[in-house]
Design a protein around this ligand. Structure first.
Ligand SMILES: C[S@@+](CC[C@H](N)C(=O)[O-])C[C@H]1O[C@@H](n2cnc3c(N)ncnc32)[C@H](O)[C@@H]1O
Length: 348
């Protein structure tokens, strides 16, 4: 067990945490919502957020540790999805070799109908969930640099603990660790799980059963009839095709959900728009070109990053959304916030 080294002290009426050995000081800020330290402390990214409630982990979700969680997944992939134990053990780690067989067909056809109906794809969603969105660590908690932690912290800062039954839709939820974490962290919320891939859905339903969580609704169709307080999308919006070969477009698909967000509600998203252009050519479900409100965008081969996030964001602004995270944006009242790994947070 780690020994506590930081203790509260008050010096000349100002509250700090002080390190017992080094005597270093971190000043409390914004009604004790943050600890500020070092020369960069005025930048929201470098503040330490103090959570109202603990972040869920394997123990609180599944009553087990990291190895126990992997065993739970192994049982599901073997007993419910029909993979062999050997296949699971070779493919639950980063860059699963089983996906090699999907790349040629995907790059040739860009056919989402085929891709999201393969059971192998459920190992891609596992990979995305564990190593990208949640970055679950061996210690049993998601990494503090994960987009999921950023989203949970954003929801806390935006007052979701105080809302009466907020409705939160998790778009393209994959195996649904994000849905489970949000539902566990905000027991006052109803979380809507939305996913196409039948095998990932099976994994999620088993995890949901084991977790005992009751505040998640598994959507049966693409539509949600409820008014929503928040829509989150982790590695989601870049997956929506158009009728044109190798051209994707989040809109108008996303509008169905954005239109359900109440005035003052939020849209939170994070996506690796650039992963299509990595040297390994091992990205599934993304496109080389995207359209946003009928304007087409491609990556300039001489530039490091694709222009998709900015164009996507402009379309959000056009739809009446404003950016909430970041030093220059709305913030939440007087509290400006920003998390190192995103996600981007918008208010309607
Ligand atoms: C890269 S995964 C992200 C999963 C999860 N959000 C995460 O971050 O771990 C993208 C997911 O989108 C799902 N998907 C693609 N198109 C969809 C659609 N139209 N409706 C719902 N899910 C969709 C895929 O099946 C896949 O599970």
């Amino acid at each position: 067990m780690s020994v506590q080294k930081w203790f509260d002290v008050t010096i000349k009426g100002v509250d700090y945490k002080q390190h017992t050995d080094t005597k270093a000081l971190r000043r409390y800020d914004s009604n004790k919502k943050y600890l500020l330290h070092g020369p960069k402390a005025t930048d929201p990214i470098f503040r330490i957020m103090i959570n109202n409630k603990p972040i869920p982990n394997y123990n609180s979700l599944f009553n087990t540790d990291y190895d126990g969680f992997i065993k739970i997944l192994e049982n599901i992939y073997v007993n419910d999805l029909g993979f062999t134990q050997d296949q699971f053990l070779k493919n639950y780690k980063k860059n699963p070799p089983i996906l090699e067989s999907l790349y040629p067909q995907w790059y040739k056809t860009r056919d989402c109908g085929w891709l999201y109906n393969t059971k192998e794809y459920s190992l891609e969603t596992l990979n995305c969930s564990l190593y990208v969105t949640c970055q679950l660590e061996k210690s049993g908690i998601p990494s503090k640099f994960s987009s999921l932690i950023g989203a949970l912290n954003s929801l806390e800062l935006l007052g979701y603990d105080q809302k009466e039954n907020p409705k939160i839709l998790d778009l393209c939820s994959g195996m649904g660790i994000s849905s489970l974490m949000i539902a566990k962290r905000f027991p006052n919320a109803t979380v809507y799980y939305n996913e196409l891939n039948p095998s990932s859905k099976k994994v999620f339903k088993e995890l949901l059963k084991i977790s005992g969580i009751k505040n998640i609704v598994v959507l049966k169709s693409e539509e949600v009839d409820e008014d929503l307080d928040c829509v989150v999308g982790f590695e989601a919006v870049e997956h929506i095709p158009t009728s044109k070969f190798n051209v994707g477009s989040p809109y108008p698909w996303l509008d169905k959900f954005l239109n359900q967000i109440k005035e003052g509600g939020h849209f939170i998203y994070k996506t690796m728009w650039n992963s299509e252009f990595n040297d390994k050519h091992d990205t599934l479900g993304h496109f080389e070109e995207y359209e946003f409100d009928n304007v087409s965008y491609k990556k300039d081969p001489n530039k490091k990053n694709a222009p998709f996030h900015k164009a996507f964001e402009k379309s959000l602004f056009r739809r009446g959304y404003q950016r909430v995270d970041g030093a220059q944006s709305l913030g939440n009242g007087k509290v400006k916030f920003s998390f190192r790994s995103g996600p981007y947070v918008y208010q309607k």
